[in-house]
Write a protein that binds this ligand. Sequence first.
Ligand code: FAD
Length: 405
Amino acid sequence: MSGLVVIGASYAGIEAALTARDAGYAEPVTVVADETSLPYQRPPLSKEFLLDQVSAERLILRDEAVFASKRIELLLGRRVVAIDRHAARVALADGAVLDFDRLVIATGSRARRIAVRGAELDGVCYLRSVGDAADLKARLGRASEIVIVGGGFIGLEVASSAAKLGKRVTVIEPASRLLERAVSPVVSCFLLDIHTRAGVAVKLSTSVSAMVGDGGRVVAVELDGGVRLGTDLVVVGIGGIPNHELAAAAGLGCANGIVVDQNGRTARESIYAAGDCTTHFNQFAEDWIRLESVQHAQDQGRTVGLAIVESHEPYNSVPRFWSDQHDLKLQIVGHGARRDRIVIRGSIEAGRFSVFNYRQGRLVGVDSINNPGDQMVARRLIAAGISPAPSQAEDSSCDLRSLLK
Ligand code: FAD
């Protein structure tokens, strides 16, 4: 029995499967996932879940009845170990084989491991899955001194949650500012201030050289220069790595992710990929990029689902991301990495503002703190290729929505 086979049951995989089915795909659909739980939301794992504000059951994205009603077979706890693109079949770790007419690879990404002495000690943790989060929550309950390695999104969100739980938290970041690759320096500075005020110690331009153990458990983190920080628990958040090895071994092009076109198609006509595991040419970044966000995984999954039924809707969503830290909401729209000018709208002192990032006079991205209204307008402006003059952007009395008419 062939049909559509999807590898990975998270945002991208289930969106592709559900979209294809809803758009009229009539053949069997099978989604294979190595995790054992029903598809679930990952963002709350570093936030509400650690704070015990949401249970694992409440994280479920779609219950079994939805898949049954759409005639989508979920094979949970089963790992795909090989793709034979010539024979159009995938092999599972338990020896089973699935033939396909169409294949979607939605294998996501995994946490990058730290390569220092002592990295394998008990108490050196990562956060990617609900299992990781349950383990981390239990460990946080027993710990009082926490060291977070990495001042990226996951590190800062865990730092915020741990501080709310009353723990002493230190964040170690090798770059000279927080979230260097994702936000403008103004937002990095603002976040540093927020974390510091909440009692989190942040050490910038500092690297970890080793984990120090006692009886197999981590008891300290050694920094470059030899200084040791005592700790009960280390959380490493140093970025993600695409799970593209299956695709690469099958001869599909990979370059920091599986290379796909605007329809999520690989170089092989019947094989698609979506989500964290892909790299695509993004018109807003004007570059090949790999995105790790819920919006991207869902939107690219939808594009793939439509392409499977030959209903092509090229993927051209404006990139969007959010992060909750302490009591603020950071939202990012567009791709401001190569900015050459910024203007501020709103009040940094009042903790409600947006940074408009320009490149060669064009609005390329907006980072907002506690300002969803600016994000909504910015998304529409960037999608339409409309750039407010910097003088308009920084004037809070100027209604930017009027530019959309
Ligand atoms: P994934 O969610 O990574 O899922 C891929 C699935 O495929 C996994 O279940 C994996 O186990 C499975 N798989 C891999 N290989 C195989 C195989 N060989 N066989 C079978 N199954 C396989 N994004 C935001 O936009 N905002 C946030 O605030 C935010 N917070 C986050 C907080 C945390 C703690 C984490 C971990 C991520 C967060 N993200 C956030 C990122 C977001 O969760 C990811 O971008 C999103 O989950 C990507 O979805 P995906 O479907 O591409 O892949």
